[in-house]
Design a protein around this ligand. Structure first.
Ligand code: NAP
Length: 267
């Protein structure tokens, strides 16, 4: 098995990364920076976002595993002191009594950006957001080519089920089990009064629906794709839908989503 390790860059993560390589060599795992079968992220959930985007062109052929240097995360289900056990399982040399590894596949969002200066496309693991840089965002939201609402406010967040526990949650969105192929649209501080009106509630769209967000004035916007910031001063529109491709995570032991949620938010 070919593997790659991406760490957060802090001393602890770098040290853990080095000890991972030593253990991996003992298990006969092969380091491959170009086309690994498994990418291990060591750091936090944020590090997994970096790992995902580093290998964005190979998503169909890669499975991710996360090690957390602090508390357990949504993408990082192994603790630092469990690395020997993880490497053993990756090498297939773990003792009896361990469950068989399982690959889980979770939905992503694809977005097509149209600017006066050209088009581009992205895939997100957590979410994308469109925010105002120097004032209120004015944007028309269409669902399945029908005008839905005219949005005025700080911005709009569109999240995957995996990202529903991240920024989306801070915005009052629902937490969605990642086995559900959907995207969720949440508002960031919308203006609602006698003149301006938005739905106000988060919207959950199924896989076969799409949403277009049209910029409705000359405005400086910031489009974020997970941790990536893309300033936009000539945006025409963003089209988004649940992507055809999915992200794969290798589960060497069970850690159900609702256990993660309880663990992260209720302690
Ligand atoms: P960051 O601002 O350094 O970290 C944001 C926090 O979000 C970290 O604690 C991170 O966990 C956590 N996180 C990331 N993905 C998550 C997930 N799927 N479920 C639950 N928590 C998650 O930024 P970053 O590390 O570059 O991560 C970018 C992400 O930050 C964005 O995708 C967005 O979801 C999130 N964000 C949240 C808010 C908010 O809640 N108000 C605002 C902006 C951005 P770790 O500590 O384990 O890395």
């Amino acid at each position: 098995m070919r593997y790659y390790v991406l760490d957060r860059g802090d001393q602890l993560s770098v040290d853990l990364s080095e000890s991972f390589h030593k253990l991996a060599a003992q298990q006969g795992l092969q380091f491959d920076a170009k086309s690994p079968d498994i990418v291990v992220s060591i750091g936090g959930d944020g590090t997994m976002l970096h790992a995902f985007h580093t290998f964005i062109d190979q998503i169909p052929s890669i499975a991710f595993v996360g090690v957390h240097t602090g508390h357990l995360g949504f993408y990082a289900d192994w603790k630092a002191d469990e690395i020997p056990e993880l490497v053993s399982m990756m090498g297939g040399h773990a003792g009896s009594g361990f469950p068989k590894p399982r690959m889980v596949r979770y939905p992503l969002i694809e977005l097509e950006i149209q600017k006066k200066s050209g088009t581009s496309s992205y895939i997100c693991l957590n979410e994308f957001t469109l925010k105002g840089v120097d004032g209120t965002v004015v944007a028309q939201v269409d669902i399945n080519d029908q005008m839905f609402e005219m949005f005025r406010g700080d911005g709009i967040c569109v999240s995957t089920p995996c990202g529903s526990t991240a920024y989306n949650k801070s915005l009052g969105g629902a937490m969605i089990h990642p086995s559900i192929e959907a995207l969720q649209i949440t508002e960031i501080a919308s203006i609602n009064n006698r003149v301006f009106r938005t739905m106000g509630s988060p919207l959950v769209l199924p896989k076969h629906h799409h949403c277009d967000i049209y910029s409705k004035k000359e405005q400086n916007l910031l489009l974020t794709v997970d941790h990536i910031n893309l300033p936009m001063d000539d945006l025409i529109s963003v089209r988004c839908r649940v992507a055809d491709q999915k992200v794969s995570f290798m589960r060497y032991r069970p850690f159900p989503f609702w256990d993660r949620v309880r663990n992260a938010f209720l302690g």
